[in-house]
Ligand binder design. Structure first.
Ligand SMILES: Cc1cc2nc3c(=O)[nH]c(=O)nc-3n(C[C@H](O)[C@H](O)[C@H](O)COP(=O)(O)O)c2cc1C
Length: 325
């Protein structure tokens, strides 16, 4: 058993959270992660009240959390109230200022998790009263920014030790197995949040044809880009790009954003049809550099069990180095 401040604070068996991935993290995935000893989060994404209601119901009685893309939720704040009405154990905010929403979340007793990409974001998260900060490195699948997990996590660990020692730290971005979990703990994190690894699991809502692409891709084949946001008409704040597989769609459009913007309206129906069909070439395949570490579509429980087992073995082996055995 890996017992950390995260397992104690959240009352979970393993220091693993599943990311609230838009369109992928539904109730089935969140509850599977929770039942396997982690904490599963439903992906509130860009906010669809009906979808959210359905997925909370699909999670049954499992103790789960939820996460929103903050700038998008701020345009429709009723969604936050809807989600909180389901009494989630935790609410995660990413990509936007958490401060206006923190009071409402904390008043329900939910644990406030803020995902950050920079040190400036950490300052906002602390002001919001975050219980847990997720430091997200650029290796991550989906939206993110520029800093690498390897330096972002320890830099924030030191900052928290000095300024807010009771705030927990979780590492995200490129973590998909026990090596990543052990490394995150070594860097000063209390646990990990994994997205791509759970995106490619049985309970995920990701299209099987897209998961098949991830199985045969390596980390070199992903790219941070914005063509996906232009295609969908999402007005993401500057500084955030999305990591996806560098497929034909990205190669067609990423180098000509102005033309893409001008034609996106006319192309949108075809893009959405490609998404719905699981077309791996003409729609974005949302997975991060961790794609190179994924070899099988397993259950969430199998992923968690193996990740924890590997991390325990690595930590034990490192202990023997010190003893010179
Ligand atoms: C398919 C996909 C969708 C994502 N959607 C969201 C989202 O809606 N909200 C969010 O906070 N993070 C989202 N993320 C980012 C995750 O929260 C997390 O930071 C990331 O998955 C961690 O890196 P990893 O993919 O290497 O595990 C998404 C990630 C992926 C792979």
């Amino acid at each position: 058993m890996l017992s950390t401040r995260l397992t104690e604070r959240l009352g979970i068996r393993h220091p693993i959270l599943s990311a609230p991935m838009a369109f992928a993290s539904g109730g089935a995935l969140a509850s599977a992660v929770t039942h396997a000893g982690g904490l599963g989060l439903i992906g509130g994404g860009y906010g669809d009240a009906e979808w959210l209601q359905r997925e909370f119901l699909a999670a049954g009685n499992a103790r789960i959390g939820c996460g929103f893309i903050t700038w998008s939720m701020a345009e429709n704040p009723a969604l936050l109230a809807d989600a909180l009405a389901h009494a989630p154990a935790a609410m995660m905010l990413s990509f936007g200022d958490p401060r206006p929403h923190a009071g409402q979340i904390k008043a329900t007793g939910a644990v406030l998790i803020c995902q950050v990409q920079t040190l400036a974001h950490v300052a906002d998260a602390l002001e919001a009263g975050a219980d847990i900060i997720v430091a997200q490195g650029s290796e991550a699948g989906g939206h993110g920014a520029k800093r690498a997990t390897m330096t972002l996590v320890p830099e924030i660990a030191t900052l928290l030790q000095r300024r807010s020692p009771d705030t927990l730290l979780v590492a995200a971005g490129g973590i998909a197995d026990g090596r990543g979990l052990a490394a995150a703990l070594a860097l000063g994190a209390d646990g990990v949040l994994m997205g791509s690894r759970f995106w490619a699991c049985r309970e995920s809502l990701a299209h099987p044809a897209h998961q098949a692409v991830a199985l045969r891709s390596d980390g070199d084949q992903t790219i941070r880009q914005s063509a996906t946001d232009i295609a969908r008409g999402y007005d993401w704040p500057s500084g955030f790009t999305a990591r996806v597989i560098n497929n034909r769609f990205v190669q067609d459009w990423e180098h000509r954003p102005e033309e893409h913007r001008a034609r996106a309206g006319e192309l949108r129906a075809a893009y959405q049809a490609a998404v719905a069909a699981g077309d791996p070439d003409h729609a974005a395949v949302w997975v991060g550099e961790a794609t190179g570490l994924i070899e099988e579509i397993e259950s969430a429980a199998a992923i968690i069990e193996r990740t924890v087992g590997e991390a325990e073995a690595i930590i034990a082996r490192l202990g023997t180095l010190r003893d010179g055995r």
